[in-house]
Design a protein. Structure first.
Length: 144
């Protein structure tokens, strides 16, 4: 195998491992939210965001923080992000179910702008249920 093919194969294997790691870090609810985001993007002819492990962990931890404290707050976007990013964005919300939360995001100018942004390439999403049954959601977006 040539050096070029070997490097290409190594890159493909690394990418596949990355996908497996991201998917294993997602709960079924978090995968549902990622699908909702990308379905909304598809309706507008936009490419799908790629899940990113760093953003996924950050989003989950922030959703957990909001569920634990009962406070709807934004995170420090750059905290824990070691990428050489160009832009970051975030949506936070809570509600009784994922469909109503996603609909609220899509009906809000700022939240919708993040979901449909043409510059962001990556996202992570966190979903945590609090002791009252409310779902807390955080979306993290990144442009490299």
């Amino acid at each position: 195998m040539s050096g070029r093919r070997s490097r290409r194969l190594t890159s493909l294997i690394a990418a596949a491992i990355g996908v497996v790691l991201v998917l294993s870090a997602c709960s079924p609810q978090e995968l549902q939210v990622a699908d909702q985001i990308n379905a909304s993007r598809s309706q507008y002819g936009l490419y799908h965001y790629q899940l990113n492990l760093t953003l996924q962990i950050k989003a989950h931890n922030h959703a957990q923080y909001m569920a634990d404290t009962g406070k709807l707050v934004h995170s420090n976007l750059a905290s824990g992000n070691g990428y050489s990013w160009r832009r970051l964005g975030e949506n936070v919300g809570y509600g009784p179910d994922l469909n109503s939360i996603h609909n609220a995001f899509m009906n809000s100018t700022g939240h919708r702008a993040n979901i449909l942004d043409r510059g962001f390439q990556y996202h992570g999403t966190g979903v945590v249920q609090d002791r009252y049954g409310r779902l807390w959601v955080a979306h993290e977006f990144m442009q490299l």
